[in-house]
Design a protein around this ligand. Structure first.
Ligand code: FAD
Ligand code: FES
Ligand code: FES
Length: 467
């Protein structure tokens, strides 16, 4: 049984937890405002909001309902475009009208939900963050400039919003219907799922890989829903380690104070990963177990020297992330075992960290090649170095030879040029839709240099590196 609030009604359903939330909304509840575009998380036509209580606060996030297993709606407030409709247009809807942000209207409910989600955030609105909130939405006919103008005008309207209590302000200013006032109390009456057991069931996190790869199978399988397991969500410091629960999402990591304190450019790096709704859904363990050679989070955490804590029926073992990937989509993961957390040593300041990704477009695209580097120097000598690169081998690749080569060497242009020769022996790119093997080899070199340009801007110049 899955129980949740859909707009202002309570849902108790025996439907299979693996069917998509999108199909449930449209075909069981006849709410046709949420549109079906790609069914692969790419277009945003099916965007809805997911509200849940966190540390006493009701938080809303945009998600794509086409990849959300119905079971992940348990104990939440799911809001579709019908759930924000009032007698007159909300200021968000009106802004889209005023700025000619809609033509055929097919994409419009998705845009409206993403923008409404933006208004509900606890952080103050900026013009850039308002525009960023629609980075998971595609429009085929209006053109984005008018939608951007609508987003900017919405951001201006939010200047008076009380960031401590946004919902109240939004209700009073007719952004939201008044039933939102009672949501915290109504959610508190719904029990969350019992702790899931592991045996013999398909583990599913956010569903952003599985629901693309095998939606029909998931709609019939016995599922172990990990997404909302509070014991797998935490991001914390433990002794001299950072521990990240395996069900933490990319956005949980991106907005974590602990991780932001450690890695100053974290938000810049994570903006290169998928889109807001996908980052709200995709978990760290999902990215690792997907084992895609260009999995961004895997590359990021390989460079941080991460380890996995694996669990099988209470028996735990630790494994360096770099040893987890055995071959294309093959992992050191035993039957019945799952990832409990990912942990890495807190680097001692000063150190440099950088992440790079080259893809055909900025958002919602898979990398041709991605790369991350952690570099520590003392008196001009590299004392610690970890470099990882994706898209150039069957697995997310930790460059052991190149990292070892650099460790103990002087920070000098000749060292970097020699290291590229080592790097070239470690990678074996293949030609595919993301580029030829020659292009990927070139990218791996350029991204390697980019790390040093970013981390040591006063030491190296692009010209001398590529000459
Ligand atoms: C539109 C779109 C854009 C994307 N863009 C990017 C991108 O830019 N960069 C990128 O790296 N990825 C991207 N992805 C891929 C995906 O979002 C990520 O890999 C995500 O982190 C997967 O997490 P999930 O929780 O959704 O995985 P799920 O689909 O829920 O699960 C994936 C696999 O992990 C297993 N699993 C989940 N949790 C555990 C656990 N705790 N222990 C053991 N096994 C577990 C599942 O059984 C399954 O085999 C994109 C996907 C979509 C649909
Ligand atoms: S239908 Fe395209 S993202 Fe869901
Ligand atoms: S208005 Fe037609 S797809 Fe956006």
């Amino acid at each position: 049984m899955t129980t949740f609030l859909l707009n202002d009604i309570i849902i108790n359903t025996d439907e299979h937890p693996g069917i998509t939330l999108l199909d449930f909304i449209r075909y069981r509840e006849d709410l046709s405002g949420t549109k079906i575009g790609c069914r692969e998380g790419d277009c945003g036509a099916c965007t809805v909001l997911e509200g849940r209580m966190e540390n006493g606060k009701l938080q809303y996030r945009s998600i794509v309902s086409c990849l959300t297993p119905l079971g992940n709606a348990q104990s939440k407030h799911i809001v579709t475009v019908e759930g924000i409709n009032m007698d007159t247009c909300s200021p968000v809807q009106q802004a889209m009208v005023d700025h000619n942000g809609t033509q055929c209207g097919f994409c419009t409910p998705g845009f409206i939900m993403s923008l409404t989600g933006h208004t509900m955030a606890y952080e103050p609105s900026e013009e850039t963050s308002a525009i960023d909130s629609v980075n998971g939405n595609i429009c085929r006919c209006t053109g984005y400039k008018s939608i951007e103008r609508a987003a900017i005008s919405i951001s201006k309207m939010l200047k008076e919003k009380n960031p401590k209590d946004p919902l109240n302000w939004l209700i009073r200013n007719h952004f939201l219907p008044s039933y939102f006032e009672d949501i915290p109390e109504r959610l508190s009456k719904i029990k969350s799922h019992q702790k899931a057991e592991t045996k013999g069931k398909q583990i599913i996190g956010g569903g952003t890989d599985l629901m693309v790869q095998k939606p029909d199978e998931i709609a019939e399988s016995a599922l172990n829903l990990y997404f909302d397991r509070s014991d797998l969500k935490e991001i914390r410091k433990k002794n001299n380690q950072i521990v990240i629960g395996s069900a933490a999402t990319a956005n949980d990591i991106m907005h974590s104070e602990i991780i932001n304190d450690l890695i100053p450019n974290l938000k810049k790096h994570y903006k290169l990963i998928s889109s807001d709704p996908i980052r709200n859904m995709g978990t760290l363990a999902g990215n690792i177990v997907n084992a895609s050679p260009i999995a961004d989070l895997s590359i990021f955490f390989l460079a941080l020297g991460a380890n996995l804590l694996l669990d099988k029926e209470g028996k735990e073992r630790e494994l360096p992330l770099k040893d987890f990937f055995l071959g294309y989509k093959q992992m050191d993961l035993k039957r019945g075992e799952y990832i409990k957390s990912i942990f890495f040593p807190i680097p001692v300041v000063p150190f440099g960290f950088n992440f790079e990704k080259v893809s055909k477009r900025t958002h919602l695209d898979i990398a041709s090649v991605n790369a991350a580097a952690y570099i520590k120097t003392e008196q001009d000598t590299i004392t610690e170095c970890r470099i990882a690169v994706g898209g150039v081998s069957p697995v997310p690749l930790f460059l052991k030879e190149s990292s070892d080569f650099l460790t103990g060497k002087k920070l000098h242009i000749n060292t970097l040029k020699q290291a590229v020769n080592v790097l070239n022996t470690e990678i074996a790119p293949i030609s595919d839709v993301r580029g030829s093997k020659e292009y990927k080899r070139l990218l791996a070199r350029q991204l390697f240099f980019a790390h040093f340009l970013e981390i040591f801007p006063d030491r190296f110049s692009l010209q001398e590196l590529i000459s």
